[in-house]
Design a protein around this ligand. Structure first.
Ligand code: GLP
Length: 235
């Protein structure tokens, strides 16, 4: 696993955008896995400022709340349009459908769509305070394929800052599984802020635990973790 420690959030965002733009140069028609959350917003801003070319790219988002209307301003579909796709439309965007009538079927459809597109070339990830990636939460077991998960209290608390009240945070989500993430050819994680320091230290510990899903990344051959000094504080 490659570690890149940057001074602050801005520098980490710029670094992530630079690495991604270099990958886009190599493969302009790549299949690109994208995250939401507050962390990648700086990278998205830099991609927009630099005029990155996504016109040949097929995107697959990591996750979506369930159930949620696409028009809800807290849906990840809405987030992606507002923070990236309105400015830089990709050739095709895919996001798990928070409006699907049957979540289990939607999970299977999503994995099949990624497979049919030829798999993910690059997966960009954030990380939750408890080590969740996508919405793969800590627990006794981790899922391989796209799955319908109940969110932990910790994640509901952390994400409640985006909603008018905690009660409005959806309690479940559809997320790419650990297998789907690990199948990406290249993984770029961005972790910033002191709240992430503990989870980040564990992903360099040499130990894998389902209590920190991101520790599984240690088994992947091509992972770059871009941190700010606060997130790297416990390394
Ligand atoms: C959410 C998303 C994750 C994201 C995490 C961290 O729960 N599902 O993909 O990595 O939160 O969010 P933030 O970047 O806001 O700390």
């Amino acid at each position: 696993m490659q570690k890149i420690i940057c001074k602050d959030y801005e520098a980490a965002s710029r670094k992530a955008a630079e690495i991604l733009m270099a990958e886009l140069k190599k493969k302009p028609d790549m299949n690109l896995g994208l995250p939401t959350g507050s962390t990648p917003i700086g990278m998205y801003k830099t991609l927009i400022a630099e005029g990155a070319d996504l016109s040949k790219v097929t995107t697959f988002n990591l996750d979506e709340y369930y159930p949620i209307l696409k028009s809800n301003d807290q849906s990840y579909e809405y987030f992606m349009r507002r923070n990236l796709f309105d400015a830089l439309p990709p050739k095709e965007m895919n996001i798990p459908n928070g409006e699907a009538a049957d979540p289990a079927k939607e999970c299977l459809r999503y994995d099949a769509a990624i497979e049919a597109a030829g798999g993910l070339d690059v997966q960009v990830l954030g990380i939750g305070q408890n080590g969740h990636i996508g919405f793969n939460e800590p627990g006794d077991a981790l899922s391989v394929g796209t799955n319908h998960v109940q969110l932990t209290e910790n994640t509901i608390d952390a994400n409640s800052r985006f909603f008018a009240s905690r009660d409005e945070v959806p309690t479940s989500a559809l997320t790419l599984g650990l297998g789907g993430i690990m199948k990406a050819k290249k993984i770029i994680m961005i972790a910033t802020g002191k709240e992430k320091a503990k989870a980040v230290a564990e992903i360099f510990s040499g130990k894998i635990t389902t209590q920190n899903p991101a520790t599984v990344l240690q088994l992947h051959a091509d992972v770059t973790v871009i941190m700010d000094e606060e997130a790297a504080a416990n390394l």
